[in-house]
Design a protein around this ligand. Structure first.
Ligand SMILES: Nc1ncnc2c1ncn2[C@@H]1O[C@H](COP(=O)(O)OP(=O)(O)OP(=O)(O)O)[C@@H](O)[C@H]1O
Length: 270
């Protein structure tokens, strides 16, 4: 496992054209991505999660700020080099899994094609077995269920343990058993050295991550590192058990609770 950053973003800015003028999809985001770890990016709809994934996966260039890949400024890389990096070193799972699958190839063919593109060898049935899809090896994406497509897209993207594995909502369509398979596969690739970055709203995926980054209106509002996201139960009276490492943040045992944009924020009283 290496701790040298694979990617380092400083003050990242991304703009998109909108009828009312440019939208700032990301504003001043600092982010570091290292091999061997799973990072989950969360936040309300439209907060910039997919945009940040697109920058990290080198699919888009930032409008401002600085992004470095293995220490080299991405803005200095040629189109050809970026294409080569994307093909060889970056696994990409789109929010709609069919967008990262080849429509004309069956499940086995998806794995074989990805191995060819990455210049690696693997047994496609072994990879399909990791997401319990060996029985669907001859099926085209169009005849797979949404959950099967999602599992296949993650498995294909993970072929050859790419340096970076980026997945947009990889467990969104999945029941608990399938989500567990996908998260286990992602953990296995991280343990083998991949830097795994997810955009997610799913508590199961956040609980499986080493770091959780929170975005709001394109701004990073917080991160929980050095520990996993915690899944906690809410009892019948609405009480929740905070994780132990959060307790020092509230030395008086008092907390201000705010419900914003479909999530809850806890602050120390002023
Ligand atoms: N290609 C684009 N053209 C114009 N605006 C865009 C484009 N992509 C994203 N945006 C805008 O940028 C902002 C961030 O979008 P983004 O898709 O990154 O959010 P998100 O957090 O991934 O949302 P969701 O959870 O709904 O997928 C939104 O206001 C969105 O409308």
């Amino acid at each position: 496992m290496t701790t040298e950053p694979l990617l380092q973003g400083r003050e990242l800015l991304q703009l998109y054209a909108a009828p009312t003028g440019p939208t700032q999809a990301l504003r001043g985001v600092d982010v570091t991505v290292v091999g061997g770890r799973i990072s989950a990016i969360t936040g309300p709809s439209g907060s910039g999660k997919s945009t940040l994934l697109a920058l990290l996966a080198l699919r888009e260039r930032p409008a401002g700020g600085e992004l470095r890949h293995r220490g080299t400024l991405v803005s200095g890389l040629s189109r050809r080099r970026l294409q080569q990096l994307r093909r060889r070193e970056i696994g990409w799972v789109a929010q709609r899994p069919t967008h990262s699958l080849f429509p004309q190839l069956d499940a086995r063919g998806q794995i074989e094609q990805m191995a060819r593109l990455r210049g690696v060898t693997c047994d496609p049935l072994d990879v399909l077995a990791e997401v319990e899809l060996t029985g669907r090896a001859a099926a085209l994406p169009a005849v797979l269920s949404g959950g099967e497509q999602q599992r296949l897209a993650v498995a294909a993207a993970s072929v050859g343990t790419p340096a970076l594995l980026v997945a947009d909502e990889p467990t969104a369509e999945l029941d608990d058993d399938s989500a567990a398979l996908v998260l286990r596969l992602l953990r296995a690739r991280a343990d083998a050295g991949s830097a795994v970055v997810l955009a997610t709203h799913d508590a199961r995926a956040m609980a499986a991550a080493d770091t959780v980054l929170r975005l709001r209106h394109g701004v990073l509002t917080g991160s929980a590192s050095d520990g996993r996201a915690h899944t906690s139960m809410i009892d019948g009276q609405g009480r929740i058990q905070l994780p132990e490492d959060a307790l020092p943040l509230f030395p008086d045992g008092q907390v201000v609770v705010t419900v914003v944009d479909g999530h809850v924020e806890l602050h120390r009283p002023e």
